[in-house]
Write a protein that binds this ligand. Structure first.
Ligand code: PLP
Length: 475
């Protein structure tokens, strides 16, 4: 008798068969890309071409070809010449943990929906709080991405720092936050969602090295206050996205303490630097932050999307989404650490703690130390090669694994130089041997790389620089 459609959907034996086949395909994908036998870092197709392909595949593509086609068309994050955005090539074991989460679907809004991931999450956040250097009763949780984590932290800040109950009553006076002009756009978005408006986002100018200019904090604060804005939080970027510049967190902490502001650290990219013995000093002062975020899917080798939000005072985590404005937590509240949905923006969320816990259990914090240190070292090494090249120019000496640079043809005007670098980047994309991105800094167009793969070497970099030079000459 033929199985019903739903019995087919849930058939354990087809799962076993498809699973084994898929693992083989993924392992080959890893072998090919890590070993550079698989060709290009990105096989770029125009969005309309891609759309046409998938429309027609839905009509007459072979089922067996579906997964191979997805692999084929992917941007190959494990390829050492894929040095574009800040997304990690995941440690393969986290693809397995993703599969566990995918099948078990233990959603974690309340404890019984995901008992082990809830407890694992507590263990993981305790490790992170300890590494940050928090004392007392720190705490935190995992949530879906840096964007959401920053918003959540700012909502907590508003709750804790203001005497009025904005959550229930709305705000009757203009509120503001201070942040570097180079901060990630999601901070701007969070502030807008919170109704702070354009004037509630006090954008502090940066120094020549793109870190927030702390010398301007006092004046910026005064101007805002005189304009009737009540500033309640300040954000340090660790680092900012475009250039990878780390703000001086220690200095921001001092300012925040003076003015009684909530101090939040956006460590989406560089929060993981707490694990690097060598680069940890970049985060000096982070232990003074009221809240810190870090993305597992950036500098911690995990799949998209998983972010930790940690609080110096763990009790604050519970206040954010409280329906009642009762600020004092009872003992029983402190005991109730396990109903995640009370603290997170999400109701159902994925079993993301399993990735973190598994990496820590299998490889320990040493793996994060090795990963972050290797990538930052490579950032510095590549910057040195760029700096030594007669035709290339760095935007700034990088502090981590994000490097911005450009090709300079002295015979061209500034505008034409911008155009040339834009054209170069498009040519690189269409060629696909390397995946490199771009950014505009203070009106100048730069190529931008982020070394995310620990197996990207100076040879790869030399090849890229050579290619850029040849392309520029051919233009
Ligand atoms: C990437 C990034 C974000 C956004 O995080 P997502 O996980 O992509 O939502 C926020 N801030 C900084 C500094 C980042 O680099």
């Amino acid at each position: 008798m033929k199985k019903s459609l739903l019995a087919q959907v849930y058939d354990p034996e087809s799962f076993r068969e498809q699973g084994h086949a898929l693992i083989d395909q993924l392992a080959d994908h890893l072998l090919e890309n890590l070993g550079e036998k698989g060709g290009r870092a990105i096989a770029y197709r125009h969005p309309d071409t891609e759309l046409a392909f998938w429309r027609s595949f839905m009509e007459d593509g072979k089922k067996e070809q579906l997964f191979p086609e997805i692999l084929e068309g992917a941007t190959k994050l494990h390829h050492p010449q894929c040095i574009g955005h800040q997304v990690a090539p995941p440690a393969p074991i986290t693809a397995l943990t993703a599969m566990i989460g995918g099948l078990l679907n233990n959603g974690m809004a309340i404890y019984e929906m995901g008992m082990s991931p809830t407890a694992m999450e507590r263990v993981v956040t305790e490790v992170l709080c300890e590494k940050i250097g928090y004392q007392g009763h720190p705490g935190g949780f995992l949530t879906s991405g840096g964007t959401l984590a920053n918003l959540t932290a700012l909502l907590t800040a508003r709750r804790v720092m203001l005497p009025e109950d904005v959550w229930n009553l709305g705000h009757g006076r203009p509120l503001g936050i201070m942040v570097s002009e180079e901060a990630h756009y999601c901070v701007d978005r969070a502030a807008k969602i919170m109704g702070l408006g354009e004037k509630g986002i006090i954008k502090v100018p940066t120094q020549a090295n793109y870190a927030m200019d702390n010398a301007l904090l006092e004046e910026q604060y005064r101007t805002a206050t005189e304009a009737g804005i009540h500033v309640f939080a300040i954000i340090g970027s660790a680092p900012c996205t475009a250039t990878g510049a780390f703000d001086d967190l220690e200095g921001i902490a001092t300012f925040a303490a003076q003015k009684k502001l909530w101090f939040h650290v956006d460590g989406a990219h560089g929060g993981a630097t707490i694990f690097s013995e060598k680069y940890r000093p970049l985060l000096k002062g982070i232990e003074k932050a009221d809240s810190v975020i870090m993305d597992g899917h950036k500098m911690m080798m995990m799949p998209t999307i998983t972010t930790a939000l940690l609080y110096k005072n763990g009790d604050h985590a519970k206040l954010t989404f409280r329906q009642k404005a009762d600020y004092l937590l009872s003992q029983s509240d402190r005991g109730d650490w396990y109903n995640a949905g009370k603290k997170t923006f999400e109701c159902t969320k994925t079993m993301m703690s399993v990735h973190w816990y598994t990496l820590l259990k299998y490889y320990g914090t040493d793996a994060f130390n090795a990963y972050v240190t290797q990538l930052y070292d490579q950032g510095a090494a590549f910057a040195e090669m760029i700096g030594a090249h007669p035709k290339l120019e760095l935007a700034v000496r990088p502090m981590c694994n994000i490097v911005c640079f450009r090709y300079v043809d002295q015979t061209l005007s500034g505008k034409a130089q911008n155009k040339q670098n834009e054209t170069l980047r498009q040519a690189l994309l269409e060629n696909g041997e390397f995946y490199v991105v771009q950014t505009k800094l203070r009106g100048v167009h730069y190529l931008r790389i982020t070394v995310m793969n620990p197996f990207t070497t100076k040879d790869h970099m030399a090849k890229l620089l050579h290619k850029i030079e040849n392309m520029a000459l051919a233009l």
